[in-house]
Write a protein that binds this ligand. Structure first.
Ligand code: 4AD
Ligand code: MG
Length: 435
């Protein structure tokens, strides 16, 4: 039998080492013993493996030490990999040796039910729990799928700044910071810079954290969230809808393909996700208002959808629904008006099915310099800060469109998670910045 006791192996690679000796490094996840035989569940970040041994397999001293080892103690284990169809990953370890690196104190997260407040206070430890672990592994895959979609589609990644001189998405949710005695703001969106980059590179995207001082405590709002934002030169609203449905379909399919195990841990029914493919249903805001009225919602044309409205609209379709032509008055200054109905903007919201609400917001951009300048004044935005943005219309203006897809909301939908706060490793919310 080949001996390899020096090099560390990972639980998710045990299949490659059947009947061989390996070394694993991890933490004690759980344990069971019946006097003469012990079962240690060891997790190493890639999975959990059961380690089995009997009295006599190791020294009496070590047998005793392991028998009293508290949960989450760190340790190295060595032993022989055995195929076992009943084991979670298909393999278990016949333990031959172990070394305790650090004995853990009494672990605060136990098998009993903990409230969300307690768990969020212990987020640094909660990450180790199986569901949180599965969810954040899906997040990691989702991010990879997003990069692949845009790189394979010929997009250039352009990183946009975090510190900005002006608002993109309205002045009420700005986080102000002191920039050498002058006010500056944490970015709400990379879009404005993306528009400049689109004139240089054609098809661009940015992907990073964005910030909104949201005063609302809902299951869909974070104050720091991640957004991927494509921006495309010479694309109009029609093309933007195709891009949105292609992008969403691709990333959902990739997660379903790569994260079967993790979705299983979360008990996510993946049948609804298998239906996500282009084309998505398309309705206008005006049609959406009629649908809401028929469903008994008290809603007037001109208002913005609240969470219950979005939920009701999304639940009416099996696929994400694309809602266009919102009233211009409730939308951002940069959106182009629809020449066929100037009350409305050439904009797009994508609402996820199963009640998860808006995951994408985007639009065709105002490319007429005078109309844009008028909007900036109407919205009481500081003209000086937007001089560079107006320049984009001064030097070869061009039709262009883009959107922002919120990573945490998209993950919440795909993974079937009630609240976005679990969909980011360390959530920032109203009055919540610890840990
Ligand atoms: O609709 P929004 O505000 O659009 C923009 O920021 C545009 N500038 C994007 C663009 O066209 N390049 O935000 C886009 C998406 C939303 O659909 C939602 O998924 C997410 O970002 N989002 C939030 N996610 C979590 N917490 C919040 N407070 C969010 N606000 C927006
Ligand atoms: Mg929006």
């Amino acid at each position: 039998m080949a001996q390899d006791t020096t090099k560390q192996t990972y639980v998710n690679e045990l299949g490659r080492h059947a009947d061989k000796d390996v070394v694993l490094k991890g933490w004690l996840y759980n344990r069971r013993s019946s006097g003469k035989i012990q079962f240690l569940l060891v997790r190493d970040g890639t999975g959990v493996v059961q380690c089995v041994f009997q009295k006599g397999d190791v020294s009496d001293e070590l047998f005793e030490e392991l028998d009293h080892l508290p949960q989450e103690s760190s340790l190295t284990v060595s032993g022989t990999v055995r195929e076992d169809k009943r084991a979670p990953g298909g393999y278990e370890l016949t333990l031959k040796g172990a070394q305790v690196l650090s004995k853990a104190q009494e672990y605060p997260i136990t098998k009993k039910e903990h409230g969300p407040g307690f768990l969020l206070e212990h987020r640094h430890l909660w990450l180790r729990s199986s569901k949180q672990h599965a969810l954040l592994r899906i997040r990691s895959r989702l991010v990879g799928a997003i990069y692949d979609f845009f790189f394979d589609g010929g997009y250039t990644l352009v990183d946009t700044p975090i510190l900005t001189p002006a608002a993109c998405e309205g002045t009420t949710t700005l986080f102000e910071v002191d920039y050498f005695g002058e006010p500056a703001f944490l970015t709400q969106s990379g879009q404005l810079y993306n528009e400049a980059a689109a004139a240089a590179f054609g098809r661009v995207f940015c992907f990073g954290p964005t910030f909104r001082a949201e005063k609302s405590k809902t299951r869909r709002h974070l104050t720091e969230f991640w957004m991927v934002e494509p921006e495309v030169a010479y694309m109009e609203l029609e093309g933007l809808q195709e891009l949105a449905e292609d992008c969403v379909s691709h990333i959902v399919a990739e997660v379903v393909r790569n994260c079967e195990k993790e979705l299983g841990v979360l008990e996510r029914d993946i049948e609804p996700l298998r239906k996500i493919s282009p084309p998505f249903p398309r309705i206008t805001y005006t049609e959406a208002v009629d649908m809401l009225k028929k469903k008994g919602h008290d809603f007037e044309w001109g208002g913005d959808f609240g969470a219950p409205d979005e939920t009701a609209l999304g639940e009416s379709f099996e696929k994400p629904v694309m809602v266009t032509n919102f009233p211009a008055g409730i939308k951002a200054f940069y959106m182009k008006r629809d020449p066929e109905d100037p009350r409305t903007a050439l904009c797009l919201d994508v609402l996820a099915p199963e009640g998860y609400g808006e995951i994408i917001g985007g639009s065709q951009r105002e490319d007429d310099i005078e109309a844009l300048q008028e909007r900036i004044r109407e919205h009481n935005l500081p003209e000086e800060s937007f001089r560079w943005f107006v320049d984009i219309r001064r030097y070869g203006s061009f039709p262009h469109s883009g959107f922002g897809l919120g990573l945490e909301r998209t993950l919440a939908w795909i993974a079937g998670i009630e609240h976005v706060r679990e969909c980011i490793p360390f959530p920032r919310m109203l009055y919540k910045i610890y840990p």
